[in-house]
Ligand binder design. Structure first.
Ligand code: A3P
Ligand code: MG
Ligand code: MG
Length: 390
């Protein structure tokens, strides 16, 4: 139900407590040709090294090279070097990279929105996922809206989920949640090389099956993109390159996104196909936002044996689903996102901190002002101090 309007003239509700609601349904509002979208263009990048230390370079870039089919994704689980943020990373490394760029170029990076790609994936896919939920914070600073994830809410959500899983005890023959997470990173290790052959030797390639799996190192691309009239600067991890970066800085970068999924088998049920095409929405949106041109899916058995790989052109995925189950529509996602960004611009008009939240199955995204002044912890001290100067 909509919030009831208070007609008692003695009572003026504070703007702070009043959520501004954006209803997702009905989706026909967002159907039709998509709002004009610009191809994302990289404006900066950074890496994390093998200890997850920030590096302002390309050291984290890897190259796709066909993995060994038949490999066991479970191998090496006991030596997995699993990195998980212990503290809230906010937008710090993204902002750090922007500061360096602004120092080099002597001007501010201007955009309507700055955020991690992950936040935009959540928004973009919400129209076709009833179970989607998220918690974000936003703030307006010098004409730009910065959006970050609510780290504590996410941690609480994960804890609640793993509690449910512990209660509904899993049969022993099924892999644990940790094991399934490992499979994704193991597939990356089996499919990527630090350099292109022949700079990487045959022996190295063959030994990938024995390499220690770690998710500490990363490479992140920061792009400028747009939805309709809204300009965005987005940062996100890119898994690898299909071929070396082109020398022309305006040419698209041949990034690839790696994914694993359970094999469909020779006679998949309609339910299995639907489940897979729903997954394709996440793969597509995530890749589309950074201009990643290919999605490479490693199909595995229920128990983690790599069976086949499929290479999709990202921009062909929406068409595949349109010819298939039609369980989602890419243009609707783009138009929905454009409309929602417009809503944010009209709502987040003052200084302070706002919460953006979606509860599963509620069908409504709420924006609530939770702090009247400052930018909370969304913007780093380093960034605020730098922006005073330029
Ligand atoms: P899969 O996507 O193949 O399962 P990304 O695909 O975004 O590059 O992430 C790489 C891997 O990180 C994933 O591989 C998965 O193993 C793990 N991962 C990413 N997001 C996750 C999440 N929300 N929960 C659990 N594991 C996740
Ligand atoms: Mg990744
Ligand atoms: Mg991936």
């Amino acid at each position: 139900p909509l919030p009831t309007l208070n007609t008692n003239s003695n009572f003026t509700p504070t703007h702070m407590a009043q959520p501004i609601r954006f209803t997702i349904q009905p989706l026909h509002r967002f159907q039709g040709a998509s709002a004009s979208i610009k191809r994302p263009r990289e404006i900066a990048h950074f890496s994390y090294d093998d200890n997850h230390v920030y590096k302002e370079d390309e050291s984290g870039i890897q190259y796709f090279y066909n993995p060994q089919i038949g490999a066991d994704l479970r191998d090496g689980f006991n030596t997995f070097r699993h990195y998980e943020d212990k503290e809230d990373p906010h937008l710090d490394s993204l902002l750090k990279t922007l500061i360096s760029k602004e120092k080099r170029e002597g001007e501010r990076v201007q955009a309507d929105f700055v955020t991690w790609r992950g936040m935009m994936t959540k928004i973009m896919t919400a129209p076709f996922d009833m179970f989607a939920s998220f918690d974000m914070f936003a703030t307006l600073h010098q004409g730009t809206i910065y959006i970050e994830e609510d780290f504590q809410a996410k941690a609480a959500d994960h804890a609640a989920q793993s509690n449910t899983q512990t209660r509904n005890s899993r049969p022993n023959y099924l892999p644990s949640h940790e094991m399934m997470t490992y499979w994704g990173y193991k597939f990356e290790t089996l499919s990527l090389l630090p350099d292109t052959p022949p700079k990487t030797t045959r022996a190295f390639i063959e030994n990938r099956t024995k390499a220690v799996v770690s998710n500490h190192a990363q490479h992140c691309s920061i792009v400028r993109t747009a939805f309709g009239s809204h300009s965005l600067v987005l940062g996100g991890e890119v898994d690898g390159l299909w071929e070396p970066k082109p020398s022309n800085p305006d040419a698209p970068i041949p990034w690839v996104e790696l994914k694993t999924s359970e094999e469909l088998g020779q006679y998949p049920s309609e339910r299995d196909i639907l489940k897979y095409e729903r997954k394709l929405l996440k793969f597509w949106a995530q890749s589309f936002l950074l201009g990643v041109s290919k999605v490479i899916v490693g199909f595995r058995t229920k128990h983690g044996i790599l069976r086949t790989i499929d290479v999709y052109e990202t921009n062909q995925i929406p068409g595949m689903v349109r010819r298939g189950t039609r369980c989602w529509d890419g243009n609707t996602c783009i138009n929905f996102t454009t409309a929602f960004l417009d809503h944010l611009k009209r709502t987040i008009t003052e200084e302070g901190v706002y919460k953006i939240l979606l509860r599963k199955k509620s069908g409504v995204i709420e924006v609530i002002k939770i702090k009247d002044d400052s930018t909370g912890r969304i913007l780093s001290k380093e960034f605020l101090e730098w922006r005073e100067k330029i």
